[in-house]
Design a protein around this ligand. Sequence first.
Ligand SMILES: N[C@@H](CCC(=O)N[C@@H](CS)C(=O)NCC(=O)O)C(=O)O
Length: 239
Amino acid sequence: MSQLHIHLYTAATMNGYKPVIFLEEAGVPYDLTFIDFAKKEQKAPDYLKLNPNGRIPTIVDRGNADFPVFESGAILWYLAEKYGRFLPDEPNAKSETLQWLMFQMGGIGPMMGQAMYFQRIAAPNGQEEPFSIKRYVDETRRLLEVLNTRLEGRAWLAGDDYTIADMATYPWARAYVWAKVSVEGLDHLKAWFDRIDARPAVQRALTIPKAQPAFWGQADETEFVKENAARFASDVKDA
Ligand SMILES: N[C@@H](CCC(=O)N[C@@H](CS)C(=O)NCC(=O)O)C(=O)O
């Protein structure tokens, strides 16, 4: 039997879910290695050869001489071109898709990531920083308002269809509870959440490699918060 082309290295985080969503949506067979942060597997020398940044996700394409791709936006773009799915061919629609993909990669991800870090990792480890928390929570809310305005009168972020821009943005924006950011009044954004929540491939993807209902505000957070803060405790001490 021929080998599967795509091998995915990932974990149950916002960036980690993105390629899983693509692969499930496209119905592409793949196999997966779960990267355990508690064991620092993302910093192992062999993994760093694939992803010099020492983070997840990464893919290796066995169908392309074991070509490695890191950075979740670049992974979505690579998969979209390889499989001809979820990235329009028409130049303006393609550019719009990449604009909203970059908006996620350069804005929503970093800002929400820091809002989560200061509240969910630093604070429970004794480093309470209200100034930083306010900065990242306010900036995240502003970026979610930009998404809400964009989604007024349209179903998807770019072009006429669901694209890799939606796939990249959804796991972050949808985790607004985890970032402790309100989506009060952002009705177009909430309607877009509902549309993506309803996609069976997305529902499957959010259980692979592991379901984290606390991210999406669907579970009692107490135990998960402790576990999450403990996973990253050494990072806070080293900071
Ligand atoms: N810009 C990168 C960010 C990757 C990233 O920050 N991944 C996080 C999980 S969401 C990670 O691997 N954290 C582990 C660590 O920092 O050691 C991407 O989009 O792929």
